[in-house]
Ligand binder design. Structure first.
Ligand code: BGC
Length: 353
């Protein structure tokens, strides 16, 4: 595995953004910029060994700066997904956040971690090279409490795993829920609809949402619903079902309750594209996963190589604490106590068959 770095662009306020290329001996390649810690491309072999870039994105920084809420490939924080009415209570204090999704807070607010330039360094990671990104989120940034030191390490393994190791520590009690928002189309980023992809999610339950995408607090069995991905199943049929949950999400946009221990990365999901034979397995230590089927992609903006990304031309599998967990105390808690370490790993592992 090797990592190389080159100049990418300057932000309008003069900060330098670098593009890092992570490559292994199997030909797999990930390109990541330190603006938002964004995965800008991910080249993965198909069943004949042919490489394709399987993540959506833009050709230049301008694209990412002007992005209208897709969060293509970015690191999300301080709190991924939605917080109802954009407020939460912690230690008797109510913290009011930005309402950047109707009445609610989404993906950390107006200027979340996806819009920050992270410090970057190529480090030794257990004998391999790793890309370490660090960001210091000040007490009160986006109204979250506590000075938070965040570290994310990307490693590309020889078995085609893109590992994402997340760490954070705060000087006050706070909430932390970090994820990556890559959009995948295993036929290639410009290949069009993902309705032929097949998905398995290692979960018997999911968290139903209201019509604003907010978990209601209920934990419901997937059995007998379009949410049943206990076995590898095509995702297309569920899109157009008249199930109340699909209507509320305008497609799939839900959190599944993973059957993982949280102690070490365990298999959370598998995505398979029969057309290319590419397989992506997701391993994680986090308790939940958001399967979002690209319902709000509008074909606006120009993607990589002039690609137009229409509705459902890619999907996200975002590992996370359940959205809105501060309101529902029976959900695993996203509270990070002062001085304690937030530590999670997610691996997107690729193969073909
Ligand atoms: C959310 C979607 C949202 C998308 C892009 C996903 O994590 O669940 O509702 O549209 O991110 O912002």
């Amino acid at each position: 595995m090797s990592i190389t770095a080159r100049f990418y662009a300057n932000t309008p306020d003069g900060k330098e953004v670098t593009l890092f290329t992570l490559e292994n001996s199997k030909g797999m390649k990930a390109e990541i910029i330190n603006y938002g810690g964004t995965i800008v491309s991910l080249y993965v072999p198909d069943k004949d060994g042919k490489l394709a870039d399987v993540t959506l994105g833009y050709d230049n920084l301008k694209g990412y700066l002007e992005d209208d809420g897709t969060y293509f490939g970015a690191l999300i924080g301080r709190h991924a997904n939605r917080i109802e009415k954009a407020e939460f209570e912690l230690n008797g204090v109510v913290y009011k956040l930005a309402k950047n999704d109707g009445e609610n807070n989404l993906h950390g607010g107006i200027k979340g971690f996806d819009k920050q330039v992270w410090d970057a360094e190529i480090i030794d990671w257990e004998g391999k090279e790793g890309l370490q990104l660090t960001y210091f989120s000040k007490d009160g940034e986006e109204n979250f409490p506590g000075n938070l030191k965040v570290k994310v390490v990307y490693v590309l393994s020889e078995d085609n795993g893109l590992e994402i190791h997340y760490y954070a520590v705060s000087d006050k009690d706070t909430v932390v829920n970090l994820t990556n928002h890559a959009y995948f189309n295993l036929s290639g980023h410009a290949a069009g609809s993902i309705s032929g992809h097949e998905l398995m999610i290692n979960a018997d339950q999911f968290t139903p949402i209201n019509n604003e995408g907010i978990p209601t607090g209920e934990i419901r069995d997937v059995k007998g619903t379009p949410m049943d991905f206990t076995k590898l199943s095509p995702i297309g049929p569920g899109f157009d079902s008249d199930d109340e949950q699909i209507i509320n999400g305008k497609g799939y946009d839900h959190n599944w309750v993973l059957k993982v221990s949280g102690k070490e990365p365990e298999k959370a999901a598998e995505l398979y594209d029969p057309a290319s034979g590419r397989v992506m397995e997701v391993f994680t230590t986090k308790p939940g996963i958001q399967f979002y089927s690209g319902n709000f992609l509008k074909g606006s903006g120009v993607g990589k190589g002039g690609a137009v990304y229409n509705k459902r031309s890619a999907l996200c599998l975002e590992t996370q604490y359940f959205p809105n967990a501060m309101k529902h105390k029976h959900f695993p808690s996203p509270i990070l106590k002062a001085g304690q370490e937030y530590k999670h790993t997610t691996i997107y592992k690729f193969s073909a068959r």
